[in-house]
Design a protein. Structure first.
Length: 424
């Protein structure tokens, strides 16, 4: 039973809308006009106004094929394959059969509000869709779809305005997050191939001296060595299935290391006893601060530097363990991530690829001879990582805020009546 707030109503789209535009089945054969012909790949945000693939039809083709043109403020909703993807038409356009065009009655329903309402009905769309291989929702089912909304158009518009403000903040946060990611990519390319000079400037072959190496030209102040010359590569000792416990010391496989590298919550945790861990540590050693682990089976080449003194052990054959690292461990972590493709080139096997100690020992790496330069490079990249994490946290916070606002505002749990006539 739906709780209908005072001043709200439950209405069918058929009552609230003037038209439902169902595209023609045939695809135009000529694209030499100025009316966009759009597909789901053209959707990029709230509004749709053009074809990203430069597919435009002319008026003659529209008449001949009886193509259906969506007017401005039509709300497009995907009704086939992927359901519930929406956009608002900002320029008259035509779509393929993936969408239905819903034209709200301007006195009864705000297009912006409908844009936010429709995705909240995705589960209902899945229930009312037909088809096995490719699901589809008919016009008739859209017409019968009931939505909850304020009776007053001004209240509808205010709800949409608030959600639009949050969308705008999310778009800015996404752009800032992506900008920081791109900056890091550029920094890694520059810092891990050219480094920085004594003035803190990135070196350039035009202004600095370089020398030949097995990996090409490198700065004069850098060196090229095999991975085994700057660390000791090994793996863990065998732990048998019968020795797994339901609690105790974390026991990681490649999957868990990949999750930790991506700062994700570890799922499906395994453990060994404290006694078993102490026995292994005493006889063979255990991972310690600033050791590095590389995933060797499954998802290959993920890198994790041990960042604290928490106890853990790992499954033999799943990971390659770099100990006794004699260059800066933070620098080496970034370097190994940067040259991941080179690491993958050393994988053996055909159907089931794997990395081995033997295959990585002789891999050449380049690095500054001066430890202080290694540390400066690592610090720059670490600072950029912190910016990325902060921008990502802000983005996730805004997305959570939008989810909460949509639940409250689109159900009438929180009203906006007191904001009517005011600026947000």
């Amino acid at each position: 039973m739906i709780n209908i707030p005072d001043g709200w109503e439950l209405r069918t789209l058929n009552y609230l809308c003037d038209d439902f535009i169902v595209p023609m089945r045939d695809k135009p054969k000529e694209f030499n006009g100025n009316v966009p012909w759009c597909k789901i790949e053209d959707f990029n945000g709230k509004y749709l106004s053009t074809s990203q693939n430069n597919q435009f039809v002319n008026e003659n083709t529209i008449r001949k094929m009886n193509l259906k043109v969506n007017p401005v403020d039509t709300v497009l909703c995907s009704c086939s394959a992927v359901l519930g993807v929406t956009a608002i038409v900002k320029k008259p356009l035509i779509t393929n059969q993936t969408f239905i065009g819903i034209v709200p009655n301007s006195k009864k329903l705000d297009s912006q509000l409908l844009y936010y309402i429709l995705p909240t009905h995705i589960k209902q769309f899945e229930n009312i869709s037909s088809g096995t291989t490719i699901v589809y929702i008919s016009r008739d089912k859209f017409e019968k779809l009931e939505i909850l909304l304020p009776k007053e158009k001004k209240e509808q518009e205010k709800i949409a305005e608030i959600l639009s403000e949050v969308d705008s903040a999310i778009n800015k946060a996404e752009a800032y997050y992506e900008k920081n990611r791109k900056i890091k990519t550029a920094l890694m390319q520059d810092l891990l191939t050219h480094g920085i000079d004594e003035k803190g400037k990135i070196r350039n072959p035009k202004t600095h001296q370089y020398k030949d190496s097995s990996l090409g030209d490198i700065p004069m102040e850098w060196d090229s060595k095999e991975l085994s010359q700057i660390s000791f590569l090994t793996s863990s000792k065998r732990v048998f299935l019968s020795e797994y416990k339901s609690a105790g010391i974390p026991f990681y496989r490649g999957k868990e290391i990949s999750e930790l590298q991506n700062k994700q919550q570890v799922s499906d945790m395994l453990y060994i006893s404290e006694e078993k861990y102490n026995e292994i540590k005493k006889n063979y050693g255990a991972p310690k601060l600033n050791d590095i682990l590389i995933t060797a089976v499954g998802t290959l080449g993920n890198i994790m530097r041990v960042s604290n003194n928490d106890k853990f052990y790992f499954k033999d054959g799943n990971l390659i363990w770099l100990q006794n690292i004699n260059i800066d461990a933070f620098f080496l972590e970034y370097l190994l991530r940067f040259i991941k493709n080179s690491i993958l080139d050393n994988a053996i096997g055909s159907s089931q690829k794997a990395l081995t100690i033997k295959s990585l020992k002789n891999m050449q790496v380049i690095f500054p001879q001066d430890t202080s330069e290694q540390q400066k490079i690592a610090q720059i990249l670490l600072s950029q990582d912190e910016k990325i994490e902060k921008s990502k946290a802000k983005l996730e916070k805004l997305k959570s805020l939008k989810t909460a606002l949509m639940q409250d505002l689109l159900s009438g749990t929180k009203r906006v009546n007191h904001l009517l006539g005011e600026e947000i």
